[in-house]
Design a protein around this ligand. Structure first.
Ligand SMILES: [Zn+2]
Length: 232
């Protein structure tokens, strides 16, 4: 009886939330340990996806993907479109599901955005520890701090060592799109916990991994997804 009730709740949940799918290529563990070799191509990972992020083969720039168009952010900070045959060392892509609009008040920084997403999930009886959310935030920001990185300078350099000489880009007024994921805080070492965004500006002149933002006037959409790790 109890199982039947639980099954009905689960089915209702799936219908109500129309969960999409998140595919992750490569494990975060290998990336953190300095394995930056490609395990798939940008085309395989991001074609047909709604949004995604990652890093290039050989750590040749941060990757951001919106509606199937993918860019890498080289040392110059100016995004370059990636062809489908180029290799990526790590990628996470979101496919479909039902859209939910989340209000992000002006003045929210990364932790404010995280709180708004978690509050929305809690109101809707979803626990962020059990799901992965794909997130897109489009609009204007009064502050953005982005980064990319150059390829490793010596063999077996770890990601932490590479990021000691990361390249930062800071903007006071910025318009564009943040895409990424709210992963559960508990990680098995293969996922990147918490909120993780990559960005591309509306003029496609800037982008990268997002360290910090302050939102001014934005539209935020989330998809409640199931994680399907591949190639881990
Ligand atoms: Zn990143």
């Amino acid at each position: 009886m109890r199982d039947a009730i639980l099954e009905r709740i689960r089915n209702t949940f799936h219908l109500r939330y129309g969960r999409g799918i998140v595919e992750q290529s490569g494990g975060a563990g290998a990336l953190f340990n300095g394995d930056f070799s490609s395990n798939t191509t940008a085309g395989v990972e991001f074609a047909g996806s709604r949004l995604g992020l990652g890093v290039m083969d050989g750590l040749n720039g941060e990757v951001v993907s919106v509606k199937g168009t993918t860019w890498r952010i080289p040392e110059s900070g100016v995004p370059v479109e990636v062809s489908p045959s180029e290799g990526i060392a790590f990628g996470i892509a979101a496919h479909g599901g039902r859209e939910h609009q989340v209000a992000i008040p002006a003045g929210c920084n990364m932790s404010g955005i995280l709180s708004a997403i978690d509050a929305y999930l809690a109101e809707n009886h979803v626990d962020h520890e059990d799901v992965v959310c794909a997130v897109e935030i489009v609009g204007s920001f009064s502050y953005v701090l982005l980064r990319t990185e150059a390829a490793p300078t010596f063999p077996e350099e770890t990601l932490a060592q590479v990021l000691e000489h990361e390249i930062r880009f800071e903007f006071d007024e910025w318009r564009g799109t943040l895409v990424g994921f709210r992963f559960p805080d508990e990680s098995d070492g293969q996922t990147i916990p918490g909120l993780h965004f990559h960005a591309i500006s509306a003029d496609q002149d800037s982008g990268g991994h997002v360290h910090e933002v302050v939102a001014t006037d934005v539209l935020a959409t989330i998809w409640v997804d199931e994680l399907h790790p591949v190639h881990c």
